[in-house]
Every structure is written in structure tokens, then in C-alpha cells.
Design a protein around this ligand. Sequence first.
Ligand code: GMT
Length: 383
Amino acid sequence: MAIDSQKPLRIGIVCYPSIGGSGILATRLGEILAKAGHEVHFISYEKPFHLDLEIPGLFFHPVVINEYSLFKYPDYTLPLSVRIAEVCETHELDILHVHYAVPHATAALLARLMMNGGKRALIVTTLHGTDTNLIGQDPHYRPIIKYSIDHSDGVTTVSHSLKQQTLETFTVKPPIEVIPNFHDPKPARRQPEAVRRALGLRDGETLALHMSNLRPVKRVGDILQALAHSKHKDSLRLLILAGGPTEAFEKQVRELGLEERVSIRTDVEEVADYIEACDFGVYASEQESFGLSILETLSHGKTVVATRTGGIPEVVHDGETGFLVPVADPQALASVIDRLIEDPELRQRAGAAARRDVQARFGGAQIRDQYVSFYRKLLEQRG
Ligand code: GMT
């Protein structure tokens, strides 16, 4: 176990426990911080998906939510703030790392007010996109997001693009540090050939992979249209690993006559087997502050075709590790897909370059150390 040369820190992490990228990132970060000897306390309404509580130094504190008929709308922020205050005081946290400004940084600020003295954990807020791009545009939320960012002790974004967008959206007070997401690929548990056979792939067929929650911002419909436009559609299969409702896309698959070409799975928890089994990834998002699924695909040595938007060009080197196309252009997606099908050497070369590149820039230990240095810098500044 690699222990930092300096004193281990006591860190609280507040995140959404679901399968979304921000929750996955927060979970992985907590785990590698604990493995490096820090004490890490997760606070959320459920144990984060995949959090391994067997790791020494890792703890989970559930937030208990009661629904009162007096409240027309269920409230999470208030019981969360009470739990944060309890955990901060009981465990004397140095840092409270919250993923999302609302409601998590807001609850942390309320907790701080409630603690009224005592040892004060510094609040580090990581923005993943929605605070800026979605809720930040809503005049009924915008002032509380700005307040929560401004009163954080440190603020990070997962890409330079999100930092820029955040600065354009709010005139935030604290300087923003960019600390990207990371991924250390897990080895596959099944042979790629066995996975392909189980998916019903025949020899010579190509398998494209898409992983997301299928929100409208992911523009999954463009991917289906690209498939319909592909010159090779009869030998191309698309596997969608979905973390959200699939009905709308099942309808579109039928309308485009792609029933034999598209499989949608909602039950996959370990994605490594499927990434190893695919030939390349396809992502059509209109907005993406980083693109964790893209990073996961690249880290297994698989190239991607993706849209040139948000933080994606910071993850994908266009023409070297992957291929970028304009947003909302299924024809352009189809052209790259056809090129990758026709040129297996190109996709292998780009995939190998991708694995090397993302290992060098987005490895877990490296990004963990960036967060720890940032925490320590803030603690030193406080004195
Ligand atoms: O993309 C989503 O719909 C989920 C969302 C989340 O909150 O997990 O993802 C955001 O955070 C991820 C982790 O930092 C980023 O990789 C995604 O790009 C970002 N999504 C958007 O910006 C749309």
C-alpha cells in the first residue's frame, strides 16, 4: 500500500450513488484514496454502486430521508446537511469533497453553518456539467448554484471546456482547478470470442459499442440513423449498454428495420467484457463535459468515433486515438464507421495509441495525486 509521505487526510465524499459518471468517478476516487492510506467517508442516500466497503479506511454513512405529508415535495438537502455535519464532527474531517454544487455543496454549506465553530472541513466542489449546462441556465436555480460555488473553499471541473463554460455562465469567485476524470481498466472476465458468440455475432461481423444513460443529450437516435446509413449495415452490429429507459430507441430500431442489427442491454454491471469484445465505440452526444464512457472505451485499446463537443476533444486526439465528427450529423458518423469497418489496421493502430495515451494522461494514481495536492494546498492556505 502506497502511503503519502505526509499525514493521511480524513476526507468526506458526497455524491450520487447511481451508475452515472459522476458517481462512478467519486466512488473510484474514494477507493484509491483509501488504498493510499487516507480515511474516506461516503455520505449519500444509498451505498454508491460498486463501492467496495471491504477496503480498509472506507466508510459509508447513509442519509435517512423521511417523507412528511406536510411537505408537498420530498426534501433531500436538509437531512443530507444534518448527516454531513454529524460525520464532519464525529470523524474530524479535513476535507469534504462534494460532487455537484446543487444540492451537495449547498448542503455542505448548511452543515458548516450548523456546526458553528468546531473543526471546519474545507469544502471542495467538483463540477461535472449539469450545474453549469443544465440547471445553471434556470433562473430559479442559478443564484443558489453560484452561491454554492462561490462559498466553496476549492472548485474543480473535469475538463478545460467545462471550466470555460462555467466562467462564461457565472462570474465565480474561487479559482477553478481542472482535474480530469480517470479510469484504470479492469481485466475482462470472459474471452472476447465467447462474448461475441453469446451476442450472436457471426464471423466477419463488426461490433460497435455505445454506453450511456440514453438521455436526449446523448443523441442515441443519431447513432441508429448512422447505422441505417452505413454501407456495411448488414455486417455491422451495435450493442448499447444502457443505464436509462430504452423504449423510445426500441421503437426507432423497429422503424429503421434494424432489429437484427441492434442489441440493447440494461443489465450489464461489469462493462469490461463488452468493451474488450467490441471493435470500436460510437458516441454522438451534443454536450459532454468529459465523456467517461469514451475514456473507458479508449483505455481498453478500442478507438472511438465521437462528436466534437465539450470536453471530448480533450480526451480523444482526433485522427490519432479516435475520430471526431460534428454534432447531429449521422451521415458523418456513418462515414467514419464505414472507414473503421473497411480498415481493421486503422482501428487497431488508433486503439493501441488510445490505450497508451489515456494510460499516460488519465491513470488513477496520477489523478488521485492531483486531488490530494489540491486538498493539501487548500489546507496549507488556511494555515
Ligand atoms: O452524462 C450524464 O448524463 C451523466 C453525468 C453525471 O452526472 O454523471 O455525466 C457528467 O459527468 C461525467 C463525469 O464527470 C462526465 O464524464 C460526463 O461528460 C458528464 N455529462 C455531461 O456533461 C452531459
